[in-house]
Design a protein around this ligand. Structure first.
Ligand code: FEO
Length: 399
């Protein structure tokens, strides 16, 4: 049975939710599920904006046929070729051989790579600022390369003032019956997952997001339709502001995130003591055990907080495995503009601080504090002064 959502009199959501997926892209846990959004415009011409992941193909096709109400599908606009939005493209064209695929030249190459060169019979290539009239609606295409694949483009519906924004402005989490962001308490219930989605999926490409902001600055955007999560029709500026912070690598909050890798609890103990000393100085802290908390959550927290402390045991002559993976992941996401301190532990040859520093060396605009703490097996009474000194420096910097 179809389950569509009306967005406007001639725009309907025909996507679907997936709550069975354990790991999005095989790497990001999605405990609250994820939505794959597809939108159908029923103007004089009918237009489908993207398809969905193959896991939800059955309900998607039911939704689409209901939305079409027996009409033919004139256009499929492909904004992004990642298979969570394109895996059902070939089946769609088998069901609707009348459809013209509207995409850019990079997308056309990817369609051939995924589905073979004969997959599309009718294709209309578009480039920056090209327009398509569907009757009463006029659509304009904007290229958005590397947000977060090179072929990504967006469509602005000048008539309805709607931006179909591809992966940008998406959020993890199934829609649970809602469709608009203003139907839920977004800040309380979804911001955390929006930040995790942004930082992990798009985070590396802050410069490209800033380019997009410049490109769309003069558009009168009254509705945002992303490929995951909610449609925005109110307070769009709230979400734009968050994206502006994240894409300029500007911390949202002042405070210290402490992430530690501890084998027998001694490194954790030192991290706890530092957190306690920071609290005594009125500094907000959060703490994560990197062997327990998924890296994607910690990466999101790195995009949130101004100051970061990483504490790691030494292991096999290097950084402990879970911390090593986390730091390389953070570096791959291009984090910038943070003040960082390192703490190391090692029973006979502590080396992890030097190696953690080396992993972060390529990152831009990072301040690494000189006050690193080196522990031999467990923190000594005499080292409390070092912890106090590190807490002083962090607290002072935050003030
Ligand atoms: Fe939601 Fe980049 O795919």
């Amino acid at each position: 049975m179809y389950c569509t959502k009306n967005i406007a009199s001639d725009l309907v959501w025909v996507g679907a939710n997936d709550r069975r997926l354990a790991m999005f892209e095989g790497v990001y846990s999605v405990p609250a599920g994820v939505s794959y959004n597809s939108y159908l415009l029923t103007d004089e011409k009918t237009v489908l904006f993207d398809t969905v992941d193959k896991a939800v193909g059955r309900i998607f096709f039911e939704n689409l046929e209901h939305g079409l109400g027996g009409r033919t599908l004139d256009y499929l606009i492909v904004h992004h070729m990642e298979p969570d939005h394109s895996a059902t493209l070939s089946e769609l064209l088998l069901r609707h051989p009348e459809t013209t695929v509207v995409c850019n030249d990079k997308t056309a190459v990817m369609i051939a790579q995924f589905f073979g060169s004969g997959a599309v019979e009718r294709m209309q290539l578009v480039k920056e600022d090209d327009t398509l009239s569907t009757g009463t609606h006029e659509l304009t295409f904007y290229m958005a390369p590397m947000i977060h694949w090179p072929e990504v483009m967006m469509t602005y519906d000048k008539t309805a003032h709607t931006l179909f924004s591809a992966d940008a402005f998406g959020v993890f989490g199934a829609l649970n019956g809602a469709i608009f962001a203003d139907e839920v308490d977004f800040d309380r219930d979804y911001l955390k997952e929006a930040r995790r989605y942004y930082s992990n999926i798009v985070g590396k490409y802050g410069m490209q997001v800033q380019n997009l902001f410049r490109k769309i600055a003069d558009l009168d955007i009254r509705m945002l339709c992303p490929l995951h999560g909610f449609v925005w029709r109110r307070d769009i500026g709230y979400f734009f502001k968050k994206y502006n912070l994240w894409s300029t690598y500007t911390p949202e909050e002042k405070g210290v995130m402490i992430a530690y890798a501890s084998i027998y609890g001694n490194t954790e103990n030192a991290a706890e003591i530092l957190s306690s000393k920071l609290r005594e100085r009125g500094v907000r802290t959060v703490m994560y055990d990197v062997s327990v908390t998924p890296a994607s959550d910690i990466i999101a927290e790195c995009f949130r907080w101004s100051h970061l402390v990483f504490a790691s045991s030494t292991y096999n002559g290097g950084v402990f495995v879970t911390m090593d993976e986390l730091l390389r992941d953070i570096a791959a996401h291009n984090l910038q503009k943070r003040t960082v301190a390192f703490m190391e532990n090692g029973t006979w040859a502590p080396v992890s601080a030097r190696q953690m520093t080396a992993i972060f060396a390529p990152l831009k605009n990072m301040t690494v504090l000189e006050q690193s703490i080196s522990i031999r097996s467990s923190l000594t009474e005499g080292q409390l002064a070092e912890i106090e000194a590190l807490a002083d420096v962090l607290a002072e910097d935050i003030r």
